[in-house]
Write a protein that binds this ligand. Structure first.
Ligand SMILES: *Cc1c(COP(=O)(O)O)cnc(C)c1O
Length: 368
C-alpha cells in the first residue's frame, strides 16, 4: 500500500463539480479582484473564525508582515518568536522593520516554552508571536497574561491552525491580531497563494485593509503608501467551497490523530506532540520525535509511506540568522528536536486501511 504525505488530487476529485462551478462563476462574471464572491468568502471566513474583522491578503507571510505593521511599533522594537516554526513567522518581524528574539520550545508540546519568555523581555519588547504549530494551540492563555502584565501585543500565527480551539474559542480570536495562510497544503488551502488577517480591533483592521490595497479605501484616494497584497477572487471561490468542508475535514484529521496517539502510546522510542488541556487541535501535521530518525524514515519509505520533517533546521540555526550566533546551549530543546522530529501522513482523505498500515509499519520498526 502507498501512503503519500498529502493527497490534494483526492480532495479535488471529491469536490470537482462544486469547485469547477465556483471557478466558472468568477470567470463568467469577469470580476477577478473584489466583487461578490470575494465579499462572500471574506464574510464566511470571518464568521467561521468568530472575529469582528477579516482582511484577505495575498499570502500568509504578507498577512503577518501587515499585521505587525498595523501595530505601529518603533523601529528598534523586539518581538518574541518561537524558535521552531516556518521561517515566515520570524521573517515577517524583520520585513516589518523590527528585531526577532527567539524563544526555545517546550519538550512536550513542541510549541513556545512560556516559562522561558519573561527572561527575554526587555524595555524594547513590544509583542509576542504565538504560533500554533502543527495545528496544536500553544499556551495562549499563559501568553495573554504575560502580555497583559508587560503591556505587549499578542500576535497569533494561525497558518497551521484554522479552526483549532482553546477553551472553546477559535485560535485567532485570543490575541490582538491573528493571521492565516491558505497555501495549498494547509488545512484550508487555495489553488495558489492566499492569506488572511483577523482582529476585533477596528483601528488595526482599517490599517490592514488599507495597507494591503495601496493605502486606500476609495479608488484613487491614497492616504499613505502600502502594498498590493490582495486575495484574488478565483482563490476566494475555491476557498468558499472548501470552507464548508473544513469542520468535517478537521474532525477526520482528529480521528486519525486519535488512532495514532492510542497506537503509539506504549512505544518507548517515540514521543508524540502533547496536547494542552482544554484545547482542540486540528492536526495540520502529526509530529513525533524519534531518536533514530534516519533509519525510521528509511523504514517508512521502504514501506511506501511518505513522511516529512517540520523543520529540519530550527530557525535560530538557519544561515539566515547566523548573525545572531545562536548555539545549541541557547536553544537546547529546538536543537534536540531538529534532529528527531518526523511528521507522519495525516489528511482527511486517508482511509482507515491506510491509517492501520501506517500504525502497523511504525510498530514494526526495530529501534536500535
Ligand atoms: C505556511 C506558514 C506561513 C506562511 O504562509 P504562506 O501563505 O506560505 O506565506 C506562516 N507561518 C506558518 C507557521 C506557516 O506554516
Amino acid at each position: 500500500m502507498k501512503v503519500p504525505f498529502l493527497d490534494l488530487k483526492a480532495q479535488y476529485a471529491a469536490l470537482k463539480s462544486e469547485i469547477d462551478e465556483a471557478i466558472e462563476e468568477v470567470i463568467t462574471s469577469c470580476s477577478f479582484i473584489g466583487g461578490k464572491v470575494y465579499g462572500r468568502f471574506r464574510e464566511n471566513f470571518r464568521q467561521y473564525i468568530g472575529a469582528k474583522h477579516a482582511i484577505m491578503v495575498g499570502n500568509g507571510t504578507d498577512a503577518l508582515e501587515i499585521a505587525i505593521k498595523a501595530l505601529e511599533l518603533d523601529a528598534e522594537s523586539e518581538i518574541i518568536v518561537p524558535a521552531n516554526s516556518f521561517i515566515a513567522s520570524s521573517e515577517a518581524v524583520t520585513t516589518a522593520g523590527h528585531k526577532v528574539v527567539f524563544c526555545d520550545i517546550d519538550d512536550d508540546t513542541f510549541n513556545i516554552d512560556v516559562s522561558k519568555i519573561e527572561s527575554l523581555i526587555t524595555a524594547k519588547t513590544k509583542a509576542i508571536m504565538a504560533v500554533h504549530l502543527y495545528g496544536q494551540p500553544c499556551d495562549t492563555r499563559a501568553l495573554k497574561s504575560i502580555c497583559e502584565k508587560h503591556d505587549l501585543f499578542l500576535i497569533e500565527d494561525c497558518a497551521q491552525a484554522h479552526g483549532a480551539q482553546m477553551s472553546g474559542k477559535n485560535v485567532g480570536t485570543i490575541g490582538d491580531i491573528a493571521t492565516f495562510s491558505f497555501y495549498p497544503g494547509k488545512n484550508l488551502g487555495a489553488y495558489g497563494d492566499g492569506g488572511a488577517i483577523v482582529t476585533d480591533n477596528d483601528k488595526l483592521a482599517t490599517f490592514c485593509q488599507m495597507y494591503a490595497n495601496h493605502g486606500r479605501i476609495e479608488k484613487y484616494n491614497h492616504e499613505f503608501e502600502g502594498v498590493n497584497s490582495r486575495l484574488d477572487t478565483l482563490q476566494c471561490a475555491v476557498l468558499d467551497v472548501k470552507l464548508r468542508y473544513l469542520p468535517e475535514w478537521n474532525e477526520k484529521r482528529r480521528a486519525v490523530a486519535e488512532r495514532y496517539y492510542k497506537a503509539f502510546r506504549d512505544l518507548s522510542w517515540m514521543r508524540c506532540q502533547a496536547q494542552l488541556e482544554d484545547t482542540l487541535g486540528v492536526f495540520h501535521l502529526f509530529a513525533v520525535r524519534v531518536k533514530d530518525r534516519d533509519s525510521f524514515i528509511n523504514h517508512l519509505q521502504e514501506s511506501k509511506i511518505q513522511p516529512g520533517i517540520h523543520y529540519p533546521i530550527g530557525l535560530p540555526f538557519l544561515k539566515a540568522y547566523e548573525h545572531l550566533s545562536a548555539t545549541a546551549e541557547d536553544f537546547p530543546i529546538t536543537h534536540a528536536h531538529q534532529n528527531e522530529i518526523v511528521s507522519l501522513p495525516i489528511y482527511p482523505e486517508m482511509s482507515d486501511e491506510m491509517v492501520s498500515y501506517v500504525i502497523r509499519t511504525v510498530q514494526e520498526f526495530k529501534h536500535s
